[in-house]
Ligand binder design. Structure first.
Ligand code: ZN
Length: 138
């Protein structure tokens, strides 16, 4: 419906290139565009890692500092956080992540069906068991 708005750049843009044109467009269309922008930043249906696991979605993680972005396996991410007993709400998961380029905390988390671009953690069940053992020992 809102043709010509590429998803990726949309999620990154805090200042929308549309804003200067907003006033000349009809009011209903403007508010609809704003709502779409907001959903791209924080989707109300994806506020915890559980939401990613249940819906079988991966997570696009974006660094607000340098703009680097990657896709992580949603279910794996959920499992990793559960094992570590970390809080899994999206406003807190950034505390346990770092941008691989600039080392800052990532700030953007959005659901995607794209395949993971970056692997992390154990690659098989043996690896997961080793993590559990290590965490129990510590
Ligand atoms: Zn970065």
């Amino acid at each position: 419906m809102l043709g010509g708005l590429p998803d990726a750049s949309n999620a990154r843009g805090v200042s929308s290139p549309l804003s200067s044109r907003d006033r000349s467009i009809g009011v209903p269309r403007v508010s609809r565009a704003r709502k779409a922008d907001y959903r791209a930043v924080m989707d109300p249906e994806f506020t915890r890692l559980e939401d990613y696991r249940v819906r079988r979605m991966n997570m696009r993680v974006e660094c607000g500092n340098c703009g680097h972005a990657g896709v992580l396996d949603g279910e794996k991410l959920w499992r990793w956080f559960v094992l570590h007993r970390w809080k899994s709400s999206l406003d807190q998961i950034g505390d346990h992540m770092r941008c691989s380029v600039c080392q800052r905390r990532p700030t953007g988390f959005t659901p995607t069906s794209d395949p993971p671009t970056r692997d992390f953690g154990p690659s098989d069940e043996l690896g997961w068991k080793a993590v559990v053992r290590r965490l129990r020992a510590g």
